[in-house]
Design a protein around this ligand. Structure first.
Ligand code: E4P
Length: 218
């Protein structure tokens, strides 16, 4: 199970990386905008800064929605660093672009996936990762974790090497549910990753150990 952090915030990426359990980063245009990163050149610089922090895959999303634009942007993004994974929306143009990049040996993350059929096309096109959006499905009273499980099962049955990257993770329980569903990767907010550490028995146990030590050692 790999952990990616879902943010473009360099401080949060550093903090997660320092935990020693971070395998990569996912970003999207909204997360880049949240950090106020404007213009293609600044975006490229920001992706390079992320790659300098984390030794793992970094998804960088294209803005273009037409095939030619996706190819141009994707090639520019892939040239930034060997760890860049070109993130493409699950549209007809995006699937064509996934196929193109697969042929060139450039890794891709097919994003905005909300159905097993979309995930099937992404795998057939040769995506490295497919990103089902768990939280956004839960938001509309659908079952995001169930979708992750269905895609995992389908890929196992047919032997597709595409990795299932559970995205739109909103909280710690989502992470554990995606683990149970067999996701290869979960991309999470920092708070959800840190939530895995929380347990009242750990806190009270540690307090008791330290109190006993102090009683004897002063
Ligand atoms: C995936 O790679 C996306 O960046 C992300 O997980 C979207 O999550 P959201 O639904 O919280 O915006």
């Amino acid at each position: 199970m790999k952990f990616f952090i879902d943010t473009a915030n360099l401080d949060q990426i550093r903090e997660a990386n320092e935990l020693g359990v971070l395998d990569g980063v996912t970003t999207n245009p909204s997360l880049m905008a949240k950090e106020n990163i404007r213009g293609e050149e600044n975006c490229r610089r920001h992706y390079a800064a992320i790659c300098a922090i984390v030794d793992g895959d970094v998804s960088a999303e294209v803005i273009a929605t037409d095939y030619e634009g996706m190819i141009r942007e994707g090639e520019e993004l892939a040239a930034i660093h060997p760890n860049i994974v070109v993130k493409l929306p699950c549209t007809a143009e995006g699937i064509r672009a996934v196929r193109y990049f697969a042929g060139k040996g450039i890794r891709t993350n097919c994003t905005l996936v909300f159905s097993p059929g979309q995930a099937l096309l992404a795998a057939k096109a040769g995506a490295t990762y497919v990103s089902p959006f768990v939280g956004r499905l839960d938001d509309i009273c659908s079952d995001g974790v169930e979708l992750v499980g269905k895609i995992v099962e389908m890929y196992r049955y047919y032997g597709y090497p595409t990795q299932v990257l559970a995205a739109s993770i909103r909280h710690t329980q989502h992470i554990m549910q995606c683990v149970e569903a067999g996701a290869d990767v979960a991309t999470c907010p920092l708070a959800a990753i840190k939530g895995l550490l929380r347990h009242p028995l750990t806190d009270s146990g540690l307090a008791a150990f330290l109190a006993d030590h102090k009683r004897v050692n002063g």
